[in-house]
Ligand binder design. Structure first.
Ligand SMILES: [Zn+2]
Length: 277
């Protein structure tokens, strides 16, 4: 499955990680697979999101298991009520625990989290949408970004980089990015309307869209997000892509489309280490 990721087995829980992020020694991070948790069908097993209809106690149990792997405290987790928008929030200790034990307390209308605070665990949740991590190893800033097609069309990856520059003085040319598992071009068929919106925004739209025989279009959302990050100043060589399709790998991963919309969510977790190597 390519080399833009490393698969780590922690007992029966599996996390996908970025080899280049690991090399920096600055963060602990991972994108969880669906296996190894306590959830029952259709949320089996490591569902990490409250809003999908799973038993909240099970979600908390699963989150605690993920936190143990990340050597993080659940009370230091920050989550958002993801709405397929392009709002990026800079978060600090005052946000620690937001949404960690209930959906109601998650940060409203937010799809990207940025911090410079070591020990704060940024957590976003997925089933087909594209998870993006950005790490500025010079200024020691991290971002976790949820990019579905709407977020992609509005350039949420570029928005996160802008926020990192404005607030912390990050230079995109210094930054590393990782694009985790999501629905791939193989499986992501969209309506003409989605393609039209992409065409209005990006001259390279033709590189990420393939016509289907049925008149619809297959879209490569991970590559679109890579293009957006590169246009915003990240070096192409500094963008790692996972190239794992959620819908093709439902034994390992949750897929919204693959389950007609009723399923669990995987977690994208990243935390700046307090005492890097
Ligand atoms: Zn696929």
């Amino acid at each position: 499955m390519g080399n833009g990721f490393v698969q780590k087995d922690h007992g029966n829980i599996v996390m996908f990680e970025s080899p280049s992020f690991n090399k920096t020694g600055l963060v602990r991070h991972g994108f969880s697979a669906r296996i190894g948790g306590a959830g029952k069908k259709p949320y089996d097993a490591l569902n990490l999101a409250f809003h999908v209809g799973d038993d909240p106690e099970t979600v908390i149990h699963n989150r605690q298991a993920a936190c143990r792997i990340l050597e993080a405290d659940l009370s230091h987790m920050v989550t958002a009520q993801q709405v397929h928008g392009s709002n990026i929030r800079v978060v600090g200790w005052e946000h620690a625990g937001a949404g960690s034990l209930s959906y109601d307390t998650a940060l409203p209308e937010t799809d990207g989290l940025v911090t410079n605070v070591p020990g704060l665990l940024l957590a976003t949740f997925y089933a087909d949408c594209v998870p993006l991590f950005v790490l500025d190893p010079i200024k020691k800033i991290i971002a976790s970004i949820h990019a579905g097609w709407k977020g992609t069309v509005s350039g949420i990856g570029a928005e996160a980089l802008r926020k990192m520059s404005d607030v912390f003085g990050s230079n995109p040319g210094d930054c590393l990015a990782w694009i985790g598992p999501s629905i791939g071009r193989c499986c992501y068929e969209v309506e003409e309307m989605v393609l039209d919106k992409l065409k209005q925004q990006y001259r390279w739209w033709g590189n990420v869209a393939t016509p289907s025989p049925n008149g619809k279009v297959k879209l490569d959302l991970p590559s679109a997000n890579r293009n957006i990050l590169v246009e915003a100043g990240i070096k192409l060589d500094n963008v790692e892509m996972c190239h794992i399709c959620t819908l093709c790998n439902q034994d390992m991963l949750f897929s919204y489309r693959g389950s007609q919309g009723v399923t669990g969510r995987m977690g994208a977790f990243i935390i700046l280490r307090a005492n890097p190597d």
